[in-house]
Design a protein around this ligand. Structure first.
Ligand SMILES: [Zn+2]
Ligand SMILES: [Zn+2]
Length: 156
């Protein structure tokens, strides 16, 4: 990592090393707050803006990218594997990844048809996860049921 940063023109400092290491130890889709909490557990002299700046640096050198899901929280996704899709639960905010390999060819052809050179492909599905749907079903009062039934009928 130290050598990698050097080739990109950045120096690896102990603080930076801790922040980078913490980022790669965390789950995917890390928010600044989550990374900050983790870093502070090991060194509470590191400030929030330092963490934020280094997260931006991780993106700049191409090791992560920002994921914005419209909930006001920017998450940072490691770029360690090929393209993947996101399933985002609007209720519990859980983010699950899925394989997009089967549709990549279709998307590439679509871009080609428009003579378009894609820099990246983002596939995101928003909705409600199985856990939340199950919990909601239990909570649903009789008065809510007609709407739920209508929705259920729409599903294939
Ligand atoms: Zn992801
Ligand atoms: Zn959920």
């Amino acid at each position: 990592m130290r050598e990698f940063l050097k080739t990109k023109g950045f120096k690896m400092t102990p603080q930076r090393e801790l922040i980078f290491r913490s980022f790669f130890e965390l789950d995917r889709h890390v928010s600044v707050d989550e990374l900050y909490d983790k870093v502070r557990q090991q060194d509470n002299t590191i400030g929030y803006s330092t963490v934020w700046r280094n997260l931006k640096l991780i993106c700049k050198v191409g090791l992560a990218e920002e994921v914005n899901l419209g909930d006001g929280v920017t998450r940072y996704d490691r770029v360690t594997q090929g393209p993947h899709g996101h399933l985002y639960c609007l209720q519990c905010k859980e983010l699950v990844e899925f394989d997009v390999e089967p549709v990549l060819e279709f998307l590439t052809v679509a871009a080609d048809e428009h003579k378009f050179a894609p820099d990246g492909i983002k596939i995101e599905i928003q909705g409600h996860c199985a856990k939340c749907r199950k919990a909601n079903k239990k909570k649903a009062r009789p008065v809510d049921q007609p709407a739920a039934k209508r929705l259920a009928e729409k599903r294939p």
